[in-house]
Design a protein around this ligand. Structure first.
Ligand code: 1GP
Length: 242
């Protein structure tokens, strides 16, 4: 495993209360041939690129990371739905434990299966407590992991789960409403979690507008993840405006 450059930078930004923005690129939904234009036109505030998806076929993640690397120096972090998406050419990987659900495959199984890869490949691993929160529609995370999201109204359960993640050693907590969520994680949920944890907080799922972004930052998100807002349109081009 590599030194913790990405985590250190995230943590320093967190200490300085500097807000970060990651764009999530799903290799299945990204037009590779459009990569240079897409990257050129990204808003300046984009600090990280996340790459991953719930159901990405083998090899696709690797191809996308390789292509991105040709045109950008922004940190590329894997956000894998499955250990088979791991590729050594990314800068780091969110090592996710799906704490909101009770499926052992996503609490320890996937992690165990990825150890061999980490032994053989020097990539930064960032332990991340991942909580799926109800976004008002059925999410791919829920379908793939066979787990139910936590209800936004179960505030104390969400806060306690996030805190348990921190106590178990997570370096980041990630509140996920699911890609394409109708309702992003509510500000009241974000602020309750933020008050109780002492590590950076990532929030994503269903955030499409400047206003939603602003509300999430104001409530305490340190890093926001946006995916769908940047995905390719029906005309096939990757979309880039906020
Ligand atoms: C990352 O799954 C999200 O947390 C991305 O969600 O596609 O709705 O932006 P969107």
């Amino acid at each position: 495993m590599k030194a913790s450059k990405i985590h250190n930078d995230l943590h320093n930004a967190f200490l300085q209360n500097k807000k970060l923005l990651a764009i999530l690129l799903d290799p299945e939904k990204f037009d590779l041939s459009d990569t240079p234009r897409f990257l050129r036109n990204l808003p300046k505030e984009v600090s990280h690129l996340f790459v991953g998806g719930s159901t990405v076929p083998k090899g696709m993640t690797d191809a996308l990371v390789r292509e991105l690397k040709l045109y950008t120096a922004k940190p590329i972090i894997l956000f894998p739905g499955d250990y088979k998406q791991l590729t050594p050419i990314a800068d780091g990987v969110l090592f996710l434990s799906l704490l909101s659900g009770d499926n052992p495959d996503y609490l320890i199984g996937q992690q165990r299966k990825s150890v061999r890869f980490f032994r053989e490949n020097p990539i930064e691993v960032i332990p991340t407590g991942y909580l799926l929160i109800d976004g008002g529609n059925s999410s791919a995370v829920s379908r793939v992991t066979h787990t139910n999201p936590l209800r936004q109204s179960d505030l104390q359960i969400i806060v306690d789960t996030a805190k348990a993640g921190e106590l178990m050693g997570a370096k980041l907590i990630y509140l996920e409403a699911g890609s394409g969520a109708l309702n992003p994680v509510a500000p009241v949920v974000i602020s309750a979690v933020k008050k109780d944890i002492t590590i950076p907080l990532i929030v994503g799922g269903g955030i499409r507008t400047e206003e939603q972004k602003h509300l999430a930052y104001e409530a305490g998100a340190d890093l926001i993840v946006m995916g769908t807002a940047f995905e390719k349109t029906t005309e096939g081009q990757n979309h880039i405006s906020l």
